[in-house]
Design a protein around this ligand. Structure first.
Ligand code: SAH
Length: 196
């Protein structure tokens, strides 16, 4: 469980944009994630009408699924192409507006109002801008964050969640000396120290 060889690795925002442009998006799945279906009850905890946050959302199909259940979804994604593909692939009309607090950022909202995707870096967000959320689906997010930025990412996530919210986190376990990532290997001990 030594993540040493990945510690220094950096994937820039530009490289992520290029992955989207090249269609190099093996992380995107057309089917809903089985673990979200399995642990949906844990996420909802008997509550309805939640605000659910998707950090580093890509065009995750689960956003549509949760919105159709009556929840509102907030996501953040650096690639505008990804955000636009999400709305067009689900035939969802949307509007787009600047975010005054963040230069260059845009907010894409479904016309029905229950899906709000911020197109910017997650590190530009704060609870003053997005408000608080009741639940988090973190798949392909913590594991996509550059290892050196994990502490900053976790602190931000903690600042965005309401008390009594549920945070579902998916990680992958493998020998970090054999693959360079992403997804990066995040040891269990580090998850504990990041999130407590
Ligand atoms: N969670 C999604 C996508 C995972 S891939 C899914 O389950 O399918 C990680 C995504 O994060 C990519 O789409 C990438 O463009 C985006 N990303 C990378 N760095 C980011 C950052 N700093 N802020 C916002 N999005 C980022």
């Amino acid at each position: 469980s030594d993540a040493g060889s990945q510690k220094e690795r950096v994937v820039t925002e530009e490289e992520w944009l290029q992955k989207w442009e090249m269609g190099n998006i093996g992380f995107h799945k057309e089917q809903r994630h089985p673990l979200l279906q399995k642990y949906l009850d844990v996420l909802l905890n008997g509550r309805s009408g939640l605000r659910i946050f998707f950090p580093l959302c890509g065009k995750a199909v689960e956003m549509k699924w949760l919105a159709d259940m009556g929840h509102s979804v907030v996501g953040v994604e650096v690639s505008e192409q990804a955000v636009k593909e999400f709305f067009s692939e689900h035939s969802l009309p949307y509007c787009e507006e600047p975010v005054p607090e963040i230069s260059g950022a845009k907010l894409f909202q479904s016309t029905s109002g229950n899906i709000s995707l911020y197109c910017c870096s997650i590190y530009d967000l704060s609870s003053l801008i997005v408000g608080k959320v009741d639940g988090v689906w973190d798949r392909g997010a913590l594991v996509a964050v550059n290892p050196r930025d994990r502490q900053r990412y976790a602190s931000l996530m903690i600042s965005l969640v309401e008390k009594n919210s549920s945070y579902l986190l998916v990680t992958v376990s493998y020998d970090p000396n054999k693959h360079k990532g992403p997804p990066f290997y995040v040891p269990e001990s580090e998850i504990k120290s990041l999130f407590g």
